[in-house]
Design a protein around this ligand. Structure first.
Ligand SMILES: Nc1ncnc2c1ncn2[C@@H]1O[C@H](COP(=O)(O)OP(=O)(O)OP(=O)(O)O)[C@@H](O)[C@H]1O
Ligand SMILES: [Mg+2]
Length: 629
């Protein structure tokens, strides 16, 4: 790769990794989380602000109502005073008392303006002395006194000059106060915090009856009338705190006009509700929780899909039969091995009950097994035949498991037809080998009985006759000895022949080549032997090849009526190929005797094959191929 291409490659790698789905999802989740938290926090804050504003509005309305009542009290009292003919302290107290029962305000005063010059006349008329409040001077700047002529509530004694009360003095200087109920700024009277409502009025019908009705409204009375917690609502009068002290900063403020003053109502922030406290956290957690949920569900689905794919692969690739059978007796799923074994397409197999494919002889037994499995027998192993598409029965070894909860049987099976045939053939071959061995023993016994045994018996008879002739001095002794000798020699020759038939000595000593030549020489039909194997071969291979040639030559002599026989032996590809061909009548058939079958058993026992060929009239060729190891 050139440096340039490598650079491009690296850049692509980096970009791909930066934009990988995992990172993108993570970024998205964080963004959604933060956005959710911010939006919800904003909504909650806005909601709280609006709620506080509503509370401030409600409280402002209440305060305004209470102030209206105060104003109505002052106006009503002023009107009552105006209609009185008789003045006096007691009358004043009676009028205030009758009005105060509904409002609850107790401190009301009738105040007159008295010039310095009019002071003696005032004091003479009322019998009072104008006195200053404790710590105050009388007269404010020497203009006039504001003595309280009649007083209820006992806050100050009659004759007290109220011009020394700053809040009151300032208000009284305003001309408006003479015509309408006017609140003073916040102040105090007799140690109580509050404000005054001033109302210009007349008390009685006389010429000097003009004065001021002053009602003191204590701050705590205002608070009590509002029935609110002073730590959650604060009332301000012309910018000065009048009532209440907020425990937390003001959350909302309402301002309004009443009694010619500006009033403010502040409300404290309410503690957050559980929902308001949780919402932002929930909004922030929503995105990660959703992502986690999606991730978990997605992962579960992916795993499930992968597991299903693996099952599919195993199902499709299995060389064994796999199938699922419903409790209704129909195949629900089959794998390709099933289709291959029976030669039916899957659709045909699924369309009919499984018992339809079972061999008629096995059907009843299988119906019972099926019933057992359906009734809850967990698993079962058995062999039963299915019939393939060509009508050929196939032995199938079944391994079935029942899952009643699903109403299904799961089965793994294997076609064991070939195994069973091979096992059958091996059994037959063993039986033939045993029979052949028995026969061989019987022939040896017969040969010994008829041959060598007879010779030896005859020899013994002759020897006994010889002994008798010797004792009697008979002249035929020599003749008898000759007979005995001839019999003994004949017996030796027969035993030798017999031994040679059991195991060819020449094979042991000389190997396959000389042994085949020896067989050829003994054959009554002329034989050409061609052996292309110099080295000695494994003993079982040499012995088997020898017997094949021996039996084939015997057969030629017995059946072929041939003029010539050719024997060839070659070693190629680590195996010996032996062939015995004659030009006789042909038509060899292994089912007609035991010789050729015996040869096939011998050759196959070594992993080789034996073939017999030759049509009638075309000679016969016996060919054995035997692996060397
Ligand atoms: N070379 C041959 N030419 C013609 N026919 C043959 C030849 N070899 C075998 N056959 C025929 O095949 C049959 C089977 O041979 P096989 O050797 O199995 O049995 P057999 O020779 O008859 O008896 P045995 O069991 O004693 O060998 C023979 O009976 C014979 O008819
Ligand atoms: Mg034979």
């Amino acid at each position: 790769m050139t440096p340039n291409r490598a650079g491009v490659h690296l850049r692509r790698e980096r970009r791909r990794s930066f934009l990988s789905p995992g990172v993108a999802v993570l970024v998205l989740v964080i963004v959604l989380s933060v956005a959710g938290w911010a939006a919800t926090t904003h909504v909650v804050r806005d909601d709280r602000r609006q709620a506080a504003q509503r509370r401030a509005d409600d409280h402002a309305l209440e305060v305004r109502n209470v102030l209206q009542r105060v104003r109505a009290f002052a106006v009503g009292l002023g009107n009552a005073l105006q209609g009185e003919r008789v003045t006096g302290s007691q009358r004043f107290a009676a009028l205030v008392g009758s009005a105060t029962t509904t409002v609850g305000l107790t401190t009301a005063m009738w105040v007159e303006r008295v010039d310095e010059a009019a002071r003696p006349a005032y004091e003479q008329r009322t019998g009072l002395r104008i006195t200053a409040l404790p710590g105050m001077r009388t007269t404010a700047g020497g203009t006039h006194y504001l003595p309280a002529t009649f007083v209820t509530g006992g806050t100050v004694p009659p004759g007290t000059d109220l011009a020394g009360v700053p809040a009151l003095a300032a208000t009284l200087r305003e001309p408006a106060s003479l015509f309408a109920g006017t609140a003073t700024t916040a102040g105090s009277l007799g140690g109580r915090h509050g404000f005054f409502v001033v109302q210009g009025a007349r008390f009685g019908q006389g010429p000097d009856r003009r004065g001021l009705l002053v009602v003191f409204v204590p701050a705590d009375w205002l608070g009590a009338s509002l029935k609110t917690d002073p730590s959650r609502i604060a009332i301000g009068l012309s910018g000065w705190p009048l009532s209440g002290a907020l425990a937390s900063p003001s959350a909302a403020r309402r301002q309004f006009e009443a009694l010619t003053r500006t009033w403010t109502v502040d409300v404290a922030a309410e503690p957050r509700t559980a929902l308001q406290a949780t919402l932002p956290g929930l909004a922030a957690a929503w995105a990660p929780l959703t992502a986690l949920l999606v991730f978990l569900v997605g992962r579960g689905m992916t795993r499930r899909r992968r597991a299903e794919r693996q099952v599919d692969d195993i199902f499709d690739l299995s060389p064994d039969i796999l199938c699922v059978v419903g409790f209704d007796g129909y195949l629900k799923r089959v794998n390709p091995a099933f289709e291959r074994t029976l030669g039916y397409a899957a659709a045909e197999l699924l369309a009919r009950p499984l018992l339809d494919f079972v061999h008629a002889d096995d059907r009843e037994r299988n119906r019972e097994r099926f019933r057992g499995l359906r009734a809850g027998l967990g698993a079962m192993e058995f062999e039963a035949r299915l019939v393939d598409a060509r009508g050929v029965p196939r032995w199938i070894q079944w391994n079935v498991r029942s899952v009643p909860a699903q109403g299904l049987l799961y089965a793994a099976a294997r076609d064991v037809t070939v195994n069973r045939r091979l096992a059958h053939e091996v059994g037959a071959s063993r039986r033939r080998i045993v029979t052949a061995a028995d026969e061989a023993r019987r022939r040896i016994e017969r040969d010994l009985h008829d041959g060598a045994q007879q010779r030896l018996v005859t020899t013994v008879v002759f020897l006994k006759l010889t002994r008798k002739a010797l004792a009697e001095g008979d002249a035929s002794v020599t003749e008898l000895v000759d007979e005995a000798l001839a019999n003994a020699e004949s017996g030796i020759e027969e035993v030798r022949e017999l031994a040679r038939g059991i195991h060819p000595r020449i094979l042991t000593s000389g190997g396959l080549g000389p042994a085949l030549h020896h067989l050829g020489r003994r054959s009554p039909v002329p034989v050409t032997v061609d052996v292309q194997a110099d080295a000695r071969l494994p003993e079982p291979v040499e012995v088997t090849a020898y017997y094949v040639a021996s039996e084939a030559l015997t057969n030629v002599a017995k059946h072929a009526r041939a003029a010539h026989v050719w024997i060839t032996a070659t070693v190629t590809d680590r195996r010996l190929v032996l062939s015995v061909r004659d030009d006789g009548v042909g038509g060899a058939d292994r089912s007609r005797g035991s010789g050729l079958i015996g040869l096939a058993d011998r050759v196959e026992a070594l992993g080789g094959t034996l073939s017999v060929s030759g049509a009638p009239g075309g000679g016969t060729t016996i060919s054995a191929k035997i692996p060397l190891a």
